[in-house]
Write a protein that binds this ligand. Structure first.
Ligand code: FE2
Length: 428
């Protein structure tokens, strides 16, 4: 007689191409994965051949600014620098209650999208550290359904802002996880390099990870990633450091990049591109042709560098769109980087799932025996179709419990002689 366990998901496709797979779940973990498991689930879920994936992971976000669109005014020019100025206007008006409320609303959207782990930068330049307190509270509140990792982010520059370094250290003391930075925003290249040294040494002393906004600029001479890789190597921070944005690499000289990529690889520094924001904010000083600005994703992948795509912004001073959909992020990344080969498209899916999971250091992540039963069932057959359709999340599961459900995308048709419905999927 078949054993009865909590939950069995039947007939799923996996991101690695396996089809007709059953997944057994008990006590919040995956206990078996294979074809036609001889187990009975108290709860049986029919995947119907659809893609069952580990959850989406966002390696780069700003939860303290999200859903503040229009406060206190909209970004008229839509530029990065007006966004930073606008955030400066909003900061004194922030209240903890409003910050927590907006962040919780975003986490609701994230859960519904199957986005169950987010690394969020939190601005530590406000001496009150209001946003730090608020996001630590949000992290505690959402822990049952979403993993949040906080980065102490000196938005106004750790050297440029007189209290930023002390605030950053206070924030780490309060429980913020990761050391942030913004070297290209310091007043000089020398100050930028010095900020990288100070922050990497602090992270090494404290045994912390590092994730810096780095070279978010179209200036090909913005080379702080070189300094970040150098200090990561020097301090033995391999596998614990990420450079976010790295947009200046788009504009760098090819010879210099051919020397830079092996250094990044040897230093074990990961790269986090933010396709929606990079294509929107970069190239603003160009006439035509306009640079895309996103960092060199396929070249970094070919060099063996870990690359993730982040969402960065949703409805905040820098970006008025977005809804927590990492498939939209992957879709944009695929287009901007022209990653249209089959392997390249699958790599774009990895860039919003397994790659950021490794960068965040998430434990027991994946669809394999022993992993957490954190799963997303998509209205798509495979990762490429999921990106193409920005597929509906039929079911989102956290630790074996269903936390969100959505219907398949389907439209009714009233066309003589044509089918009654369409679902936009090929071969069904
Ligand atoms: Fe950012």
């Amino acid at each position: 007689m078949d054993a009865v366990i909590e939950t069995v998901i039947r007939n799923a496709s996996l991101a690695d191409g396996q089809r007709g797979v059953d997944v057994a779940i008990e006590h919040g973990r995956i206990t078996a994965v294979g074809p036609a498991l001889a187990l009975k689930g108290a709860q049986e879920i029919d995947a119907g051949g659809d893609l069952l994936s580990a959850p989406f992971v966002d390696a780069h976000f700003h939860m303290d600014a999200t859903l503040s669109y229009g406060l206190p005014r909209v970004n008229a020019s839509g530029t990065l620098l007006e966004g930073i100025a606008l955030w400066g206007e909003l900061k004194p008006e922030l209240t903890q209650q409003a910050l927590v409320g907006r962040a919780l609303q975003y986490c609701d959207w994230a859960a519904a999208r199957g986005l169950l782990a987010i690394r969020t930068h939190v601005d530590i330049c406000d001496d009150r550290l209001l946003a730090v307190e608020a996001l630590l509270e949000v992290k505690r509140l959402v822990a049952p359904y979403l993993d949040m990792q906080l980065v102490a982010f000196p938005q106004d520059g750790v050297l440029r802002s007189p209290t930023a370094l002390a605030n950053l250290k206070r924030a780490i003391g309060m429980g913020v996880d990761v050391v942030g930075g913004i070297p290209h925003f310091e007043r000089t290249m020398a100050d930028g390099a010095e900020s990288v040294r100070i922050l990497c040494e602090f992270a090494a002393e404290q045994g912390l990870m590092v994730d810096m906004h780095c070279d978010e600029s179209d200036d090909p001479m913005s080379r702080h990633i070189e300094t970040l890789a150098y200090h990561s190597n020097r301090l033995g921070l391999h596998g614990r450091v990420a450079g976010s944005h790295l947009t200046s690499m788009h504009s760098m000289d090819n010879y210099y990049v051919s020397k830079l990529l092996p250094l990044i690889r040897e230093a074990g520094v990961a790269a986090i591109a933010n396709p929606l924001i990079n294509i929107t904010l970069q190239g603003r000083h160009d006439s035509y042709p306009k640079r895309r600005g996103m960092t060199r994703v396929p070249e970094m992948l070919a060099a063996g560098i870990e690359v993730a795509f982040g969402h960065d912004c949703v409805m905040d001073p820098w970006y008025s769109l977005g809804s927590g959909d990492m498939l939209e992020v992957a879709h944009m990344g695929l287009h901007v980087a022209q990653m249209t080969g089959q392997d390249a498209m699958r790599a774009c899916y990895q860039a919003v799932t397994a790659a950021p999971a490794r960068i965040l250091g998430l434990r027991d992540y994946g669809v394999a025996v022993g992993c957490h039963a954190d799963l997303v069932l998509l209205d798509a057959a495979d990762p490429v179709e999921a990106i193409r359709l920005r597929a509906a999340r039929r079911m989102v599961m956290r630790r074996g419990k269903v936390i969100a459900e959505a219907p398949r995308a389907q439209a009714r048709l009233s066309l003589p002689g044509r089918p009654a419905t369409v679902d936009f999927r090929l071969g069904r």
